[in-house]
Design a protein around this ligand. Structure first.
Ligand code: 4NP
Length: 172
């Protein structure tokens, strides 16, 4: 039987050198932002050299590109400089990472189809499970066809979820 998100997080709690991969569709808006927001949370606790933090997309349209300019501008206003170059998620990522976090239900079902084994599937969790703020969203909504509000919403949700993800992984 597959593990629950709480069981997955509990199994990683306190582990050194955690390797975390954030995944969205294009890897130019939500997941590179999540990667940088989470990196800053870890850095602020002085543990950056012990963690591997990366992002990838299920799609291949933007491979090699920097994040979407709109995402970079909104992120920069909050102190996040997005320099990730888009890459597509691959089967080997299930060996390289301990935790693979999808932004919405489409990303999550794509990840489940890419995962090579049931054990690999037990690394996949929804980012929305870490949201603590009051919101009507049960996923991190795709901002690509939205205006400024969509990008700000993504950053609000990611900042909240990243703080909680970090504290769940490190609390005793
Ligand atoms: P992301 O947003 O999944 O948050 O990076 C998107 C970026 C590009 C596309 C879709 C979503 N696209 O269709 O090109």
């Amino acid at each position: 039987m597959s593990k629950t998100v709480s069981e997955i997080i509990a199994s990683l709690k306190g582990k050194k050198d955690l390797r975390i991969l954030f995944v969205c569709l294009g890897n130019i808006c939500r997941s590179p932002a999540a990667e940088e927001v989470f990196r800053q949370v870890v850095a602020s606790r002085g543990q950056l050299d012990e963690w591997t933090i990366d992002s990838a997309g299920t799609g291949r349209w933007h491979i090699g590109q920097l994040p979407d300019n709109r995402m970079r501008i909104h992120a920069r206003r909050r102190g996040f400089e997005l320099t990730h170059h888009c890459r597509q998620v691959k089967e080997a990522d299930f060996d390289r990472f301990d935790l693979i976090i999808g932004m919405d239900s489409g990303n999550l079902s794509d990840l489940h189809s890419i995962a090579p084994t049931p054990e690999a599937e037990d690394k996949i969790v929804p980012m929305a499970d870490f949201i603590t703020m009051a919101t009507r969203y049960d996923h991190i909504p795709d901002p690509y066809y939205e205006g400024a509000e969509g990008f700000e919403l993504v950053l609000d949700l990611l900042q909240d979820a990243c703080e909680n993800l970090y504290s769940q992984l490190t609390s005793r």
